[in-house]
Design a protein around this ligand. Structure first.
Ligand code: S3P
Length: 179
């Protein structure tokens, strides 16, 4: 098992922002799967959804995840919101390290993303309804794929950063003790 710090959660739960903060604080490299896929595929996630469909994007997510096993140093990895839905991906994530699920309410997500145009899955007449539905569908997968669940509602970025760092450091200590 590897020792990466992995952030999962719904779109808008704070994975990217917290990933940046924590990687800086712990002096670890940062990898955001969405940004990585966009760079390598030379197009945006919205373009991939539009031209090749969601199923193709899900294939790419798994392919890119598999490549992370080749990396020697531990990283902070924030993953796309739908990535843990696939059982294969959940298994890969657990093998890649400590998986933190950033749990948020639909209201929190809606407030953050109501003006957003970059998430193809939320470009609908009723984004709030879509958020509620997707969350219901995904909650079990997020929980199943997590080593640690952290609720983000009502907390500041600084508070969350601290909570995640402490959880990760504790995880590392426990691993060392059981070796
Ligand atoms: C998705 C979440 C997005 C991105 C894509 C699909 C999802 O990532 O991967 O739009 O299915 O929830 P963020 O969670 O970083 O927004």
């Amino acid at each position: 098992m590897k020792n990466n710090l992995i952030l999962t959660g719904f779109m808008g739960s704070g994975k990217s922002t917290l990933g940046i903060k924590i990687s800086y604080a712990l002096r670890m490299a940062l990898l955001d799967t969405d940004k990585w896929i966009e760079q390598k595929e030379k197009c945006t996630i919205s373009q991939i959804f539009a031209s090749q469909g969601e199923a193709h994007f899900r294939e790419l997510e798994t392919q890119y995840l598999q490549q992370l096993f080749e990396r020697k140093d531990s990283q902070v990895i924030s993953v796309g919101g739908g990535l843990p839905v696939k059982a294969e991906n959940r298994e890969l994530l657990k093998k890649l390290g400590f998986v933190v699920y950033l749990q948020a309410s639909p209201q929190t997500i809606y407030e953050r993303l109501k003006e957003d145009t970059t998430r193809p899955l939320l470009q609908t007449e009723d984004p709030y309804g879509r958020i509620v539905q997707l969350m219901q569908d995904r909650e079990g997968y997020y929980l199943e794929g997590a080593t640690k669940v952290i609720s983000v509602d009502g907390k500041t970025i600084a508070e969350l950063e601290e909570e995640i760092k402490q959880a990760y450091l504790q995880f590392q200590m426990q691993r060392r003790e059981t070796k």
